[in-house]
Design a protein around this ligand. Sequence first.
Ligand code: UD1
Ligand code: CA
Length: 460
Amino acid sequence: MNQDVSIRCCGLVLAAGKGTRMHSNIPKVLHKILGEPILWYVYNGLKNLFDDKDIYFVLGHGAEIIEKEFSFVKENIIYQKEQLGTGHALQCAYETLVKRGYEYVLIVNGDVPLTNVHKVQTFLKNSFSEKKILSFMTIVLDNPTGYGRVVRDHSNKVKKIVEQKDISNETIASIKEVNAGIYVINLPKIKNYLFRLQNNNNQKEYYLPDLVQLLIKDGHEVFAFNVGKGSEFLGINTPRDLIFYDDLFQREIVNYFIDKGVVIYNSNVVRIGPKVKIDPGVQICGPVEIYGESVIKKGVCISSHVFIKDSLIEQGAVVLNFSHVEGGKIGPNSKVGPYARLRPETILEQDVKVGNFVEVKKSYLAKGVKASHLSYLGDSEIGEDTNIGAGTITCNYDGKNKHKTIIGKQVFVGSNTALVAPVKIGDGALIGAGSTITKDVPENALAVARERQKNLKKRM
Ligand code: UD1
Ligand code: CA
């Protein structure tokens, strides 16, 4: 952990809820902002504050799907089988955290992206020095609807938090200071209160924020850390909230790259994920989407309507309009598109050309290979300077299994050739247009596998 080592503190993400207000079968925390799940932003934020081994998750609804998407520390997943509220979620985690020797826990709602880690860290430090049993972060919102309102007494001391659904009067409804859903709690000292939570509210849930009232009634003070207008701590409950963040981060990331020296035309419709790396001098013309672990090197040009995910685009490469590139590499000075599709595990070395309506899947294209028009190349290896004619198809699937097509160097594959895999074409071979190749072709051979043309007398 990056802060005071004498304090044993862990992070706990509450992510078991269904997210009913998203109207979707996907667990809420897996909804994406610029290609990454909401939960990634929470996890990534916490990683700045804690070691992986000290970050815990409460999962419930859709747990199996969430676990698959993340490489969580397995032993750090706590299951909340029935989602009986945020207080119940903490009850489920309690024993595990105490057993592992933590004194404090930083609890965050799984639907609040933690991009402003600096503020969370300040909150954490202040909470430690305040030494209260419970500290929580508050924000001030022009429109507090949906949030737990922070009710204070005449001397400005916090009295309780009232959830939206339990608000019974206008005065409380008009309070603009709300609970951000980020708490620091002293584990040994909260025990008595945590297991005394009641669910006699309009949602019949055990609310974590009700701990505030329980503590105060018992003569304890709580620490409310107000970070002011904290729109970066808004929770994501509805599609509208999701799109609010998506728009916000879209602009922030695009501006970041423009300031670094990337030329981005039509930048309002360029979507770049938070993990993407782009060198200064790259030119992009929107609309374009670039997601995942993509890396775009110096001198690359990306035209409009291009989609790139988890791919490396090397120096000087060009990706022309309407191309779709996923999980591969485009080598230096190569040219892809317009209308090309590179599927996962495709590697193009330098000076390769993949033209319009060419689909390449799990294939290696060596330096100088050209497949300029209308082809499907799947499970193949193609040697240097080979030319693939228009309409070439690698028939890689026999209905049961996938097979490889291996094509040597400086081969010329004539147009409209079907290469029935498994098959090998030797270096320097020439394949006649319209052939269906089912047997290996030796080096430098001319292979023709089609009916010879007959010109017959036309019947009158
Ligand atoms: C919660 C707070 C509210 C605060 C707001 C800030 C409660 C009762 N209310 O409201 O005071 O202003 O966040 O964004 O906590 N979850 C579980 N198990 C459950 C229920 C929820 O793990 O049984 C998780 C959800 O997956 C979610 C988080 O807890 O990530 C918050 O739950 P949510 O239902 O979104 O609470 P809010 O109504 O937004
Ligand atoms: Ca919420």
